[in-house]
Design a protein around this ligand. Structure first.
Ligand code: GLN
Length: 489
């Protein structure tokens, strides 16, 4: 099997500059690995020929000493809900089968400007709705470590693409945990930035006031660099913030003592796997031993998180997904006979079960008789949560909690019970409800060697601190464990 495993983009760039490898060799190695790992069902499409052509161009530039972008040598995959001009995009849905993007997302544009090579689009839960990748119209993605287990969702393909070294990094989207939870299940780093940090232009909407694009990587260094490149204001997205983007990748030294809040309610919650609890406690103990302050803070709103998230996101989804009507885009039912049946049959046949569940739930919570009881109330809870959590950051630098209550579960384990599946998101939805950034770090393993992610949350636009602190945590870990080596053969 082709071997290619670099911890950081910087390592790749050193090797490229030293002539130890070429971008062409890298792309070929990834393409070979993708071929050898087809059973994982990671890529819905591989842009092989294009990637090779781009690699040759880049190698020439490097050889001639011409200027190259900040991401030269980065081979990256994108989730199948991120638009890339003249490439197909389906959001893991049959309803968009055969649809080609007419423009690129801002995130993709910014990657390309810096010479990243996009190698393909990755499988995901349909319209990013799911926690296990079992809702994709194109079949589930398998966790590369144990093929009987889920990779997490909804960005399962993007997570396994990095886990199995089928690219150096990938982009996913996170509405309620879809980057952090699969990162946790695949033993890699996953970041959901502050809401508005990265433009949503060209991201197929699920719940617009929650959605954010973010990276999956092997290292905090790569997450910082990619985030830095794709962040920033954008005239195409009014919710993209104009707060200046820090040079995250050059500010990775955390040289003070942190004040950390933990919510005992999250650690005593029902359904929390003992090994996950131990992992968090070990991390907290190590931090205390290093002189950081860890304090317990009461947080009694835990039980409201999942209901609030599902009321608001399904409401937004029911509106966002109204545009898939058999007329504007993608699939149109061949069985339709008149206008109404075009809508009804195209949507009935084109959407999968979970998406239909959520559209109906969202339509219900927005309907006139129930609006105040559900939607308005959930908005109020969101406001209270935001005030409480943002208020905490006046006293604390970070909140630490698990990413997921469990290690990756088995296929089929939760598919019969949507509520149980939704509970898998209990620790991740908070960041999206409040808008704050969150990162999942692969800091532990259970007895069977399955990965456990530790989640760190910071205040709005404090990505620089979050990265620096994360690097510190990862360094702690690598003292105890072997780090991946940089090899290409
Ligand atoms: N698992 C959550 C859901 O199903 C989160 C999805 C996401 O972040 N896109 O909604």
């Amino acid at each position: 099997m082709a071997e290619v495993s670099y911890k950081t983009i910087l390592d790749i760039q050193y090797d490229l500059k030293d002539g130890k490898t070429t971008v062409e060799a890298l792309v070929n190695a990834y393409l070979q690995r993708i071929e050898e790992n087809k059973h994982l069902n990671v890529y819905l499409e591989v842009f092989g020929e294009e990637a090779k052509a781009e690699a040759l161009k880049l190698d020439k530039k490097i050889k001639n000493g011409e200027p190259v972008g900040r991401l030269f040598g980065l081979v990256i995959a994108i989730k199948d809900n991120i638009c890339y001009k003249q490439h197909k995009v389906s959001a893991g849905s049959k309803i968009l089968e055969g649809f080609t993007s007419v423009y690129s997302s801002t995130a993709v544009e910014r990657l390309l400007v810096e010479d990243a090579i996009i190698i393909g689009r990755t499988n995901c839960d349909e319209f990013a709705m799911g926690s296990s990748n079992e809702n994709s119209a194109y079949g589930p993605v398998l966790n590369a470590q144990d093929n009987s287990r889920v990779p997490g969702g909804s960005s399962g393909g993007s997570a396994v693409a990095v886990q199995a070294n089928l690219c150096q990094a990938s982009l996913g989207s996170d509405t309620g945990g879809s980057i952090r939870q699969p990162a946790s299940f695949c033993g890699i780093v996953g970041l959901k930035p502050t809401y508005g940090r990265i433009s949503r232009w060209g991201l197929i909407a699920y719940a617009s006031s929650f959605d954010q694009i973010g990276p999956f990587t092997h290292s905090v260094e790569d997450a910082a660099l990619i985030t830095e490149v794709i962040s920033g204001k954008d005239s195409y997205d009014a919710t993209a913030s104009s707060v200046a983007v820090d040079s995250y990748s050059t500010k990775l030294k955390f040289d003070r003592k942190a004040k950390i809040a933990v919510f005992p309610s999250t650690l005593n919650s029902e359904g929390l796997h003992a090994d996950v609890k131990n992992a968090i406690n070990t991390t907290l103990d190590e931090l205390k031993a290093d002189g950081h302050t860890v304090e317990e803070v009461s947080f009694d709103l835990l039980k409201y998180l999942i209901p609030t998230y599902y009321v608001l996101t399904t409401a937004e989804a029911s509106s966002n997904l109204a545009r898939f009507d058999g007329v504007h885009y993608g699939y149109r039912s061949p069985n339709a006979t008149d206008m109404e049946s075009v809508y009804k049959k195209s949507r009935t046949e084109g959407f999968g079960k979970e998406v239909k569940n959520r559209i109906m739930l969202g339509t219900f919570v927005l309907s006139s008789g129930y609006y105040d009881a559900y939607y308005s109330r959930a908005q109020k809870v969101r406001r209270i949560l935001t005030e409480q959590v943002r208020g905490l950051f006046k006293q604390y630098d970070f909140i630490i909690l698990p990413t997921s209550p469990t290690v990756p579960f088995k296929f089929g384990e939760k598919t019969d019970n949507p509520v149980e599946m939704y509970l898998a998101d209990i620790y991740t939805v908070l960041a999206n409800l409040v808008g704050i950034p969150g990162i999942s770090l692969p800091l532990a393993k259970d007895d069977a060697g399955l990965p456990i992610g530790v989640q760190v949350l910071a205040d709005n636009f404090k990505e620089a601190d979050l990265f620096a602190f994360s690097k510190l945590l990862m360094e702690h870990k690598s003292v105890k464990q072997d780090t991946p080596t940089s090899t290409l053969s």
